[in-house]
Ligand binder design. Structure first.
Ligand code: SUD
Ligand code: ADP
Length: 277
């Protein structure tokens, strides 16, 4: 089996700047990826099949509604493969698990089937988060997700991801968003000298979905309060939630420590420590 990593997508910022006539929202987001993620394995076969395992597999579909399956069909038509998805990321949690899995499958299958790797914008029909996940490096993401900057350089940074064990469907959060015409990020993003400078700048930016998501699911506010008690460089929600992230100085071990403490205090929460990629 060929094996690929599907890293968690983190929206370090998420500004909602407008709304298209079709209802999709215009975004301006600084997207990064973490060393925490799912794995996708594949080998060529006569027909498509998918199995899902791993600690977060419960409830994740094994049929053609799985984004991995949809991506394989979209890429290969009638070509076949045995696909195995090992779920470590919670589903419907604002860290793009399904999109990152699908992107990993596309990377693997384009090699195995010797078909051209699609361009990022071609993958947008599979989901707004697909383009940025196709080549998972830090980028500014705009439009509804299809406009991507060249890769950015972020300082080495430790990260903790925490999910209170609630699933949040993305459309539900967009539906309760008060206003869609918020400020974009500045035209030119700074070159951050280190993780402290990155976090100081992030404090001047926003996730416009955080307040509506907290109103829908107050558990998210509880996670952010607890993360703030760990003295991070910054704590914020990713995407439409409910997963929140906290950044810590590189090499400090503080992310691991915070993760241990939170896991002990809240065994029902999903907590993982890692690094920004
Ligand atoms: C909000 C973001 C930010 O990165 O992340 P998540 O919270 O999903 O991780 C993404 O834009 C989500 O991307 P993805 O989950 O692929 O979205 P899609 O399947 O294309 O769309 C699901 C639904 O979200 C809403 N949607 C999505 C993207 C967008 N730019 N505007 C929207 O209004 C629409 O209601 C759409 O029907
Ligand atoms: N490979 C997959 N992993 C997780 N969820 C998936 C996958 N394929 C399809 N889904 C479905 O997609 C929805 C969104 O999941 P996900 O991509 O993890 O969330 P988000 O868009 O919040 O980042 C879930 O309701 C789930 O049932």
């Amino acid at each position: 089996m060929s094996k690929g990593f599907a890293p968690a997508k983190i929206n370090l910022t998420l500004h909602v700047t407008g709304r298209r006539p079709d209802g999709y929202h215009l975004l301006d987001s600084l997207v990064a990826f973490a060393s925490i993620g799912d794995t996708v394995s594949a080998r060529v076969a006569d027909k498509l099949s998918l199995s899902v395992s791993g600690p977060m597999a419960a409830g994740v579909p094994e049929d053609s509604s799985n984004l991995v399956w949809r991506a394989a069909e979209w890429l290969g038509g009638l070509r076949g493969a045995v696909l195995e998805l090992e779920k470590h990321l919670p589903a419907a949690s604002g860290i793009g698990g399904g999109s990152s899995d699908a992107a990993a499958a596309i990377r693997l299958l384009s090699e195995l089937w010797t078909v051209d790797l699609p361009s990022a914008s071609e993958t947008a029909s599979l989901g707004a988060d697909l383009p940025v996940c196709l080549d998972p490096r830090p980028r500014r993401m705009q439009g509804v997700g299809e406009r991507l900057s060249d890769p950015l350089v972020l300082p080495p940074t430790e990260i903790v991801l925490v999910n209170p064990g609630v699933q949040v469907e993305t459309p539900a959060v967009f539906r309760v968003l008060d206003r869609a015409d918020n400020d974009a990020m500045p035209d030119d993003l700074p070159a951050w000298a280190d993780e402290t400078a990155l976090a100081e700048w992030l404090h001047t930016q926003r996730n416009d979905l955080q307040v509506p998501a907290c109103n829908l699911r107050p558990e998210i506010g509880e996670v952010l309060t607890e993360l703030d008690l760990m003295a991070p460089l910054i704590a914020r929600m990713s995407g439409s939630g409910a997963t929140c992230f906290a950044l810590f100085p590189d090499g400090s071990g503080a992310a691991e420590t915070a993760c241990d403490k939170l896991s002990r205090a809240h065994p029902e929460w999903w907590c993982r420590a890692g690094r920004l990629l």
